[in-house]
Design a protein around this ligand. Structure first.
Ligand code: PHE
Length: 448
């Protein structure tokens, strides 16, 4: 039903919006993907480029989504119609497709987290953290836990228990921070911790020139992934925002919290990897790096299984609130485009997404293949299109919208629209080009 005449529901409190947006942003992207990508991509130089891209591209693109969402009061597909540019709906469709692919393997990693919860409370990680990870991430274990995670996400979306999730997010964010600080403190006491910090925090800028072709797409993809950009989640969430809110202010809060948690996760993971003798310079650990190093930590620290259990529960909540936001976008795309109801659409899509994710549950090469394609290419293309739309098609209205709730436009707004028109498209176009070249090489090297 389209509800043009009915006043649209709004977030009850400012905290409601921030919590939902932070719930979407903070997830496996911060705690699993960021550290392992950093390990794979040369360490501190990657972190530096990532931080620059978050500030220079991520924040402006988040504002692009907020402006579209609040202006249109619609989800990404309805939004362009409402704004008078229905032909741009394909940008929303690309986002929904990206979400479809991302969720299929996000749920697999979410399933690993569920298995680690069970293990934490039932005797630990088998003594050999590496072997335990291999068993977790393969065969029946991985497929069953993938199904369980997907079932949870679908249940939350179908029942519409968003409120429960928001309340959980309220506890989740501070708990994750406290647990990470404790773990980082423990990590600091380990032998060789300084080797880890060195790799993580001390950039060797001279390597950037030679590695830019792989660092740039990886860092841009991660910036989009971790901030939940490029697929319309932030459009949807901001569509419930009142005109009295300051979009800039809210976006800064979300970006800072999300970035802080990722950086903190690195401060935990790198000392552990270094103390386990992982050779960081050669790429250390892959997709299992974080799980292996954390399980080792919990195995050795006092009350480790309890701390571990709590940690993985928090991580599961973080992952669920992110996965929820992805499935929401995909479901609303399908219910808006075709004549189906919400519950059957949710169940049907969850089933299809589960099946599509099965290869990634059985073979980590597929996980990489899905992940690189969805993040480094699809999300970036989504963000590129949204930015071109705002910068070149919709700029005057967009500026007006950004000024709402802040007493009109200021210097920042001029900066913003310039960046959105010129800098973001140029950087993202170059990034997509690099990502496609790299992706073809990856496929040839891995599968053929
Ligand atoms: N931001 C989430 C995370 O870091 C993942 C996500 C990506 C959510 C894209 C929504 C959209 O885990």
């Amino acid at each position: 039903m389209s509800s043009i005449d009915i006043p649209r529901e709004q977030w009850a409190t400012r905290a409601g919006f921030i919590l939902a947006a932070v719930g979407s942003a903070v997830g496996l992207g911060n705690i699993w993907r960021f550290p392992f990508l950093t390990a794979e991509s040369g360490g501190a130089i990657f972190v530096l480029v990532y931080l620059l891209l978050v500030a220079l591209i991520g924040l402006p693109v988040m504002l692009v989504e907020f402006v579209i969402g609040r202006r249109s009061e619609r989800n990404p597909i309805g939004a362009f119609r409402r704004l008078g540019h229905p032909s741009w709906r394909f940008a929303g469709a690309i986002g929904a497709f990206a979400g479809f692919v991302i969720l299929s393997y996000y749920s697999v990693v979410g399933g690993w987290v569920l298995q680690y919860i069970v293990a934490s409370f039932s005797g630990g990680y088998g003594g050999d953290a590496e072997l335990f990870f291999v068993e977790t991430a393969s065969g029946t274990n991985a497929i069953v836990s993938h199904a369980a995670f997907m079932g949870l996400v679908a249940g939350i979306v179908a029942l519409g228990v968003r409120e429960g999730l928001e309340r959980a997010a309220k506890v989740m964010v501070p708990s994750v921070i406290v647990l990470l600080v404790i773990l980082a403190g423990y990590g600091a006491t380990l032998p060789n911790a300084s080797t880890g910090y060195q790799f993580y925090l001390n950039p060797d800028v001279s390597t950037f020139a030679s590695d830019a072709v792989s660092i740039l797409p990886a860092a841009a993809g991660q910036a989009f992934f971790t901030l939940s950009l490029g697929m319309g989640v932030m459009i949807t969430y901001s569509s419930y925002l009142g005109e009295d809110r300051d979009l800039l202010n809210d976006s800064i809060i979300i970006v800072v919290i999300d970035t802080f948690i990722a950086i903190l996760a690195g401060l935990v993971v790198f000392p552990f990897l270094a103390s386990q003798g992982v050779d960081l310079e050669t790429g250390g650990g892959g997709a299992g790096a974080v799980f292996i190093s954390l399980a080792t930590a919990f195995e050795s620290m006092p009350a480790g299984h309890l701390v571990g259990g709590l940690f993985f529960i928090m991580l599961a909540i973080a992952a669920l609130s992110s996965a929820f936001s992805i499935l929401e976008v995909v479901v609303s795309f399908v219910t808006d485009t075709f004549d189906v109801d919400r519950v059957p659409a949710t169940i049907g899509l969850a089933a299809v997404i589960f099946v599509v994710g099965i290869p990634t549950a059985t073979d980590l090469n597929y996980l990489d293949a899905y992940d690189l394609f969805a993040n480094n290419i699809l999300l970036i293309v989504g963000g590129l299109l949204l930015s071109i739309f705002i910068g070149w098609v919709y700029a005057p209205d967009a500026l007006e919208e950004l000024g709402q709730g802040r007493g009109g436009n200021g210097l920042f707004d001029t900066y913003w629209i310039t960046v959105v028109r010129v800098v973001v498209p140029l950087v993202l176009l170059y990034t997509v080009y690099l990502a496609v070249v790299e992706y073809i090489e990856f496929l040839q090297g891995t599968f053929f």
